[in-house]
Write a protein that binds this ligand. Structure first.
Ligand SMILES: Cc1cc2nc3c(=O)[nH]c(=O)nc-3n(C[C@H](O)[C@H](O)[C@H](O)COP(=O)(O)O)c2cc1C
Length: 417
């Protein structure tokens, strides 16, 4: 006989399934009281839920999948820091949809194809990577582990993955590059002061960064309610790290060290337009990648402006709520770009099959944000390594199963929408 909590869980799963079924998923159809009634079941409280549904693991080797690191991270981190990691905006609906959207895509496996030798490598700007899985820029990673981005860099080096570094990371590009043993891609929050923008660019160039990833999807002051709820239950004295306002915050960030940040009031200015993209293009020989494009219109304008690459991203649901999932946005962006520049994707990637589906719909490479931080918070460098190993293993498993021995052989016909 099912336990009452088991019954609750299966009812919850059924209602979730109902709410997410294609017939009801459209906001136009799923509206008003029905949506209200189902919303309870649609959107879990990230401070409570356990994706893996299992007891937490004691070592990285025990992990069956990357979600199991989330449960350990939740236990180990102070509530304020876990909430910072988990948070989206408003009801965190975009966070959830980013992953759940993959459940509506099915894989079309082909049989009797020689998959003995597998090649999961991809090329980006003339560099060949063994795997299409990259590490997204994630800010303030020392909130999850004392070694922060440096531990991530060591894991990326050991497992040979592309890493992107946040402008507001808690480690400098010089330290991260040294730990990676190779250049990383620098993510850019340009700020509202061009002198600082220029200094950030020069610093990335001096560190050998081949690409500058301009994040264009995050205006200031997002409504991160999950962060606020986490803070409410965090009884520690956090004033050492969290006092002094915005300029004190910036001065603590290693990427701004030695820069005059007295005129900086914003990381992303609300008056940025495509003119600013032109200005960035003219200011550097690094490849310019725009992170945060979710429409065909913007993808077309990006190509017209000579942008070198796009990341289809919604900031892991941290900027706007009730967006489409990134996987839903991918086909129109890929269609608009017409193969002229690489289209990367992130958001909600938790399984090798998710990566496979994104590749099938035209992504050149696929990034993970939260899973790397779960691994880091749970077990430091070895946790990040385990996350990368699991995702790569899962991807290679489904490539074999689906009869697709190379990334090129994963095509639109490999999935149904
Ligand atoms: C805690 C946290 C901090 C982040 N910081 C940045 C950042 O500094 N710059 C940036 O471009 N994106 C940032 N992101 C977004 C990620 O780069 C990425 O787009 C997103 O996490 C992908 O979704 P996922 O977490 O579901 O994998 C952050 C995400 C998280 C969870």
């Amino acid at each position: 006989m099912a336990s009452s909590s088991g019954l609750g869980e299966s009812r919850r799963k059924f209602l979730r399934y109902l709410a997410l079924s294609p017939a009801l998923a459209s906001p136009a159809l799923l509206s008003g009281s029905l949506r209200d009634a189902l919303s309870l079941y649609l959107y879990d409280d990230p401070l409570q839920k356990t994706d893996s549904g299992s007891e937490s693991i004691a070592s990285p080797e025990q992990a069956l999948n990357v979600m199991e690191f989330e449960a350990v991270a939740r236990k180990k981190l102070p509530p304020g820091h876990f909430a910072y990691l988990a948070s989206g905006v408003d009801d965190d609906a975009t966070v959830q949809l980013n992953h759940e959207a993959y459940q509506h895509i099915a894989i079309r496996s082909r049989r009797l194809i020689d998959v003995e030798k597998l090649d999961s490598s991809v090329e980006l700007f003339g560099t060949r990577w063994e795997t299409p899985i990259f590490l997204c820029p994630v800010s303030s990673m020392k909130a999850f582990d004392p070694e922060g981005e440096v531990a991530v860099a060591r894991a990326a080096a050991k497992q040979r993955h592309l890493q992107m570094l946040s402008t507001v990371g808690s480690s400098s590009i010089e330290d991260v590059t040294a730990a990676r043993g190779a250049p990383v891609w620098q993510q850019l929050y340009p700020t509202n002061d061009w002198a600082v923008t220029r200094a950030l660019i020069k610093r990335a160039e001096a560190a050998g960064s081949p690409a500058l990833v301009f994040t264009i999807d995050h205006q200031e002051n997002a409504n991160n309610e999950t962060i606020s709820r986490g803070r409410r239950v965090d009884s520690r004295d956090c004033s050492l790290c969290h006092s002094g306002g915005f300029s004190a915050y910036l001065r603590k960030k290693p990427m701004f060290k030695g820069m005059d940040v007295s005129k900086v009031t914003q990381l992303y200015a609300p008056n940025f337009t495509w003119e600013f993209v032109k200005r960035l293009k003219d200011a550097t020989a690094m490849k310019l990648v725009l992170k945060g494009i979710v429409t065909r219109e913007d993808a077309e304008i990006a190509v017209e402006h000579g942008v070198d690459g796009i990341v289809v991203s919604n900031h892991g649901g941290r900027a706007e709520d009730t967006l489409r999932s990134t996987i839903d946005c991918l086909p129109e962006v890929v269609g608009a770009v017409k193969g002229k520049i690489p289209v990367l994707l992130d958001g909600g990637i938790r399984r090798g099959t998710d990566i496979f589906k994104a590749l099938a719909l035209g992504a050149t490479a696929v990034g993970i944000g939260r899973p790397q931080a779960w691994g880091l918070a749970a077990f430091g460098q070895s946790g990040v390594e385990a996350v990368l190993v699991i995702l790569r293993r899962e991807l290679e498993k489904i490539m074999r199963q689906a009869g697709t021995p190379s990334i090129r052989s994963i095509t639109r016909t490999s999935v149904t929408l």
